[in-house]
Design a protein around this ligand. Structure first.
Ligand code: PLP
Length: 350
């Protein structure tokens, strides 16, 4: 498969043969995982699935999870929500449902690179509009025509969150479905959860991977008008969410206090890391995600910093991509990991 290797690399940050060995101690700051453990209530709910829960097929419609999500976000009922095996599955499902091979799907540049891969795997055309140097949307965004527009808010890798008024303008100007990918929205100051009620073409996606510390569970949600959700339900695999995922994700939503406490710690570390990197001479846009993009226009080259960190068993993300070769994307770790990272960068760039 032409794209197989590329997908593996994008999803894990590693290529085959490069996975950390069991027991190898690395500071892993390359895939925006949460450094804190998930809620103990999630662990209890997963254990409670039990032998019978595993012996049987799970609820194909994940009704309990969708009901819990609808209630939490103020939607009228589960018909406004669909659950997926991670939000990546929901993104693929959206393409499968609303795009025919050969049709055009838009996004911003730079953004989450999986959009491009998923669109091409589907045999559709991927096109992007450049963000400006500060990673803001430009008037060009509001002139595009196509089937789907993917907009990550906050965006990756910049961490910049487009003003809601601009997202609203996009929903009004774009003739197809606008997917507002809110994978990192819990780390932001506001969100677009009101958009599905206000715009018939808006889909908001969420993940349990980041703020809920559940990358390994594989669970995500999409919110949209019931007509859109009904179309998505037609294309999903029958049992796309395991019993374990459904139980864990439902328990995670029911423990908002745990998520918020971890989220607040991540935000505090993000502020400290941003300040320290700026003091060292990096340009760092204000991030609303659980990562920062640190630009380094100079001594030594940015890839050198990436390699130097890797030699010290600290893994961050380097993009060999247009306008990003002077940047590192660094996930927010614990305070201790952040101290080790900063000391290592100081040593490399001195
Ligand atoms: C913008 C964005 N959307 C979606 C995802 C995927 O999340 P999930 O783990 O739910 O598939 C990521 C993961 O890094 C992301 O950065």
């Amino acid at each position: 498969m032409k794209y197989q290797r590329e997908i593996l690399k994008q999803v894990s940050g590693y290529v085959p043969g490069e996975q950390p060995k069991p027991g190898e101690r690395i500071i892993k700051l390359n895939t925006n995982e949460n450094p804190y453990p998930p809620s103990p209530r999630v662990m209890e709910a997963i254990a409670a699935v039990g032998a019978d829960g595993l012996r049987r097929y799970p609820d194909p419609n994940a009704v309990e999870l969708r009901k819990t999500a609808a209630e939490l976000y103020g939607f009228a009922g589960p018909e406004w929500v669909i659950a997926g095996n991670g939000s990546d599955e929901l993104l693929a499902m959206i393409i499968r449902t609303f795009v025919d091979p050969g049709e055009t799907v838009w996004s911003a540049y730079p953004t989450y690179s999986l959009y491009d891969t998923l669109v091409k795997l589907h045999g559709a055309k991927y096109a992007s509009v450049d963000l400006d140097r500060e990673f803001r949307m430009t008037p060009e965004f509001f002139t595009r025509q196509g089937r789907v527009f993917f907009l990550a808010r906050p965006n990756a890798p910049s961490g910049v969150s487009s003003p809601k008024a601009e997202v609203e303008k996009l929903c009004k100007s774009f003739p197809g479905v606008v997917v507002i990918d809110e994978a990192y929205a819990d780390f932001d100051e506001d969100d677009c959860m009101d958009f599905p009620r206000r715009f018939e073409n808006a889909i908001v996606t969420r993940t349990f991977s980041k703020s809920y510390s559940l990358c390994g569970l594989r669970a995500g949600l999409a919110f949209a008008r019931p007509e859109i959700i009904a179309e998505l339900m037609k294309t999903k695999d029958s049992y796309n969410m395991s019993a374990v995922s459904q139980a864990g994700a439902t328990a995670a939503l029911r423990d908002q206090a745990h998520m918020r406490a971890n989220r607040d710690k991540v935000i505090a570390t993000r502020a400290r890391l941003t300040r320290a990197l700026r003091e060292m001479g990096f340009t760092v846009p204000d991030s609303k995600g659980n990562y920062v993009l640190a630009r380094w226009g100079g001594r030594p080259d940015t890839k050198g910093i990436f390699t130097g960190l890797r030699e010290r068993k600290i893994v961050v993300r380097y993009f060999d991509a247009r306008n990003l070769t002077d940047a590192l994307r660094i996930s927010i770790g614990t305070d201790a990991e952040t101290d080790t990272l900063l000391a290592a960068i100081r040593e490399i760039v001195k």
